[in-house]
Design a protein around this ligand. Structure first.
Ligand code: IPM
Ligand code: MN
Length: 353
């Protein structure tokens, strides 16, 4: 008997539910085309629930989520809730407690019409960022001294463990091997200033690289990485970096690949449950208008399918996205696509056949 995948769905805030709906439409199309079975269960985590119940994540939620094959997430963030409460209480807590230590963010241009860089084509923008996802400045280590006085001190520490760094770098090398393209891993750091944290990263990078003699290694400071991503994105294959730098360079990456409307990411625990999401956030001003681009969420679904082992379906979803982007869309931005959110979902579902 074939397996029935269990997929947890967290539509979340803002435009999250709208884009997740389109992703689920595409999942239905892929399921019948490729003959796999799945069941979904929705979870109402987000701003609305918090405002009603003052509860961010209910008791037992993390344990329950561990029983699923994957989590499909829309967006977390609500302007009515103080910044940090939902982000830390839902998104970061799930990343940490499910030990999703990799945040994988492909930067791939599907149609050169949507690239903001002059003279760059599809073949020039195709790399992935492997972002460490459970450590660094995101740990919440630090605190205040003499808060609200003229002598206030605020400390926010970056935590880097050998284990955390090693497993992230190893994932990046494995991924470069599996991608089988340029076979190159670039460490993005700041070894000239952050001489403790990135010393550990650099030493570990060289140590791990010895296990991968076929993979080329490269290093770029984070500021230079931003420059090269704009000037020569074709130089990159796999970039590995810490949590904070990874957060920043992947927003730049999203712009280079055509905007937040198309940028997806996966929070991955290779031996656990992964969580896949469009990286653009909840976009409150577009909520409920049927104008947001659902393709980032649909690309996240493609990553989810690959992660659970439905490689063929994953590839087909990506090909359907490319077809719709190339043949139909006027823009990748909200309200300018030439189609509504739900029409774009219909087009992708139809392209799957
Ligand atoms: C992202 C987001 C989150 C992050 C926020 C919402 C906490 O920007 O997924 O990139 O910083 O990781
Ligand atoms: Mn971010």
């Amino acid at each position: 008997m074939s397996k029935t995948y269990k997929i947890a769905v967290i539509p979340g805030d803002g435009t999250g539910p709208e884009v997740v709906n389109e992703g689920l439409k595409v999942l239905r199309a892929a399921g019948s085309k490729f003959n796999f079975k799945y069941e979904t269960k929705g979870f109402d985590f987000g701003g609305e629930r918090f405002l009603k119940t003052e509860e961010v994540l209910p008791e037992g939620a993390v344990e329950e989520l561990k029983t699923f094959d994957a989590i499909y997430l829309g967006a977390i963030g609500d302007p009515r809730v103080k910044p940090g409460i939902l982000e830390k209480g839902i998104l970061l807590r799930l990343r940490f407690e499910l030990d999703q230590y990799i945040n994988l963010r492909p930067v791939k241009l599907y149609d050169k019409r949507f690239c903001p860089l002059r003279d760059k084509e599809e073949k020039d923008v195709d790399f992935v960022v492997v972002r460490e996802n459970t450590e660094g400045l995101y740990c919440g280590a630090g605190g205040f001294l003499r808060k609200d006085t003229a002598f206030e001190v605020a400390i926010q520490e970056s935590i880097n463990t050998y284990k955390g760094v090693e497993r992230t770098i190893r994932f990046a090398f494995e991924y470069a091997k599996k991608r089988n393209q340029k076979k190159q891993v670039t460490l993005c750091g700041k070894t000239n200033v952050l001489t403790y944290a990135f010393d550990l990263w650099e030493r570990t990078f060289h140590k791990v690289s010895k296990d991968y003699p076929d993979i080329k290694t490269d290093y770029a400071h984070v500021d230079a990485t931003c420059m090269w991503m704009v000037k020569n994105p074709e130089w990159f294959d796999v970039i590995v970096t810490d949590n904070m730098f990874g957060d920043i360079i992947t927003d730049l990456g999203a712009m280079v690949q055509g905007g937040m409307g198309i940028a997806a990411g996966g929070n991955i625990n290779p031996r656990g449950v992964g969580m896949f999401e469009p990286i653009g956030g909840s976009a409150p001003k577009y909520t409920g208008k049927d104008v947001i681009n659902p393709l980032a969420a649909i690309c996240a679904l493609s990553m989810l399918l690959e992660f659970i082992g439905q490689d063929e379906a994953a590839r087909k979803v990506e090909q359907a996205v490319i077809k719709v982007v190339k043949e139909k869309l006027k823009s990748l931005s909200a309200g300018k696509m030439g189609y509504s959110t739900s029409q774009v979902g219909d087009l992708v579902a139809a392209a799957i056949g």
